[in-house]
Write a protein of this length. Structure first.
Length: 151
């Protein structure tokens, strides 16, 4: 009888443990629905916005934070050498003339109101033709270069 008592007690303990586990599963599957409290929506909601201004100032740091030395700006030397702006003489680019056999291109350019025919590298009245296309030419006048478009 003694062994049967132990068996029945263990059987009862197992049934209680499995009952608790089953009860927990049933509660999670079918939870009780909570009844919401009635809320009065008749009053309007007007939020209050606080506008805090974030102020800061930036100041010059005179000391290097890593080395601990003072930072000194080097003063720039005041060199007041101004380049003389070159006054260009009136130039106009009118177009090109090309010869069929030699395939040399000639460029028609007006210098001071007079029309001249230039070849590449030719200098007339201190104006040198460096290169050119059908739409523009690059000329040099007193060591300054400038591009002129066809008029």
């Amino acid at each position: 009888m003694k062994s049967k008592t132990k068996t029945y007690t263990l059987l009862l303990v197992v049934l209680v443990v499995w009952g608790i586990v089953g009860y927990k599963i049933m509660i999670t599957i079918h939870p009780k629905k909570a009844i919401p409290d009635m809320v009065d929506f008749s009053s309007s909601f007007n939020p209050v916005y606080e506008q805090k201004v974030d102020t800061f100032s930036i100041s010059m740091v005179n000391r290097d934070p890593f080395l601990g030395t003072l930072m000194v700006k080097k003063k720039a030397l005041n060199k007041s050498i101004k380049k003389n702006r070159l006054e260009w003489i009136p130039l106009e680019y009118h177009g090109t003339i090309s010869k069929g056999k030699d395939q040399t291109t000639l460029f028609i350019i007006s210098v001071n109101g007079k029309q001249y025919i230039f070849k590449k590298g030719q200098v007339i009245e201190e104006v040198k033709l460096i290169r050119g296309t059908k739409s523009s030419v690059l000329v040099s006048y007193k060591k300054e270069r400038k591009t002129f478009k066809k008029t």
